[in-house]
Design a protein. Structure first.
Length: 215
């Protein structure tokens, strides 16, 4: 019985994490992050926190870093008395060389997966081919579950409130994607429809911070 109990504990430890473990981080004001830009006159702060380590990205169901995607936690705090709108907003990852990258959709992530998976498989003929279509569907649902749980969704940020969520950027091919790069946010509008000044949140602030230097 003792041996059986020990085996059961080992088996449970080997099982993958359940969906209940995949929850967003607690919401914090944008001003509490290292990489933040504050517009005092417009009373808006926007922060960008990269999830650039295996430890940090363990909250997700998919290893996005392995597939060349950088999860970035976007946090927007409205310190004013009127709501702001992101209905027309563009939120881009701008590399050190000036190349802009739009946020990915689940399909963009999925497209990288069959190629990556085939690199690790060497199935000699006449072994049967793996069920690619079914696996792709399984992968798509897993990615979609992550996007449903974590992706930034708020169009309106109410007065004296904070909204947060993740965007995923394809940074494949970049040896050091964060250095010299920044998150570029424009076409955020106030309650009167007037566009606020653009936000350029430098990732170097994160890299120079205590949390950034720990990894």
């Amino acid at each position: 019985m003792r041996n059986l109990l020990g085996f059961s504990i080992l088996l449970l430890a080997a099982l993958p994490a359940t969906g209940s473990d995949h929850v967003p981080p607690p919401m914090r004001p944008a001003t509490s992050y290292a990489a933040v830009e504050v517009h005092p006159t417009e009373q808006v702060a926007i922060a960008a926190e990269p999830y650039n380590t295996k430890e940090k990205e363990s909250i997700f169901r998919v290893d996005y870093l392995k597939h060349g995607f950088m999860p970035v936690l976007l946090t927007i705090t409205n310190m004013g008395d009127k709501p702001i709108s992101l209905n027309d907003a563009r939120i881009l990852f701008e590399t050190a060389s000036g190349t802009t990258v739009q946020a990915a959709e689940p399909e963009d992530v999925l497209r990288t997966m069959p190629r990556k998976q085939r690199q690790g498989r060497n199935i000699p003929l006449p072994a049967p081919l793996p069920p690619i279509h079914r696996k792709g569907n399984d992968n798509y649902q897993t990615i979609k579950d992550d996007f449903d749980t974590f992706e930034y969704k708020a169009i309106v940020v109410d007065p004296h409130s904070t909204q947060a969520g993740f965007l995923f950027y394809d940074v494949s091919g970049l040896a050091d994607p964060l250095r010299g790069a920044h998150l570029y946010v424009r076409e955020v509008r106030n309650a009167d429809g007037k566009e606020l000044f653009s936000f350029e949140v430098p990732f170097d602030k994160y890299l120079q911070s205590k949390s950034g230097k720990m990894h």
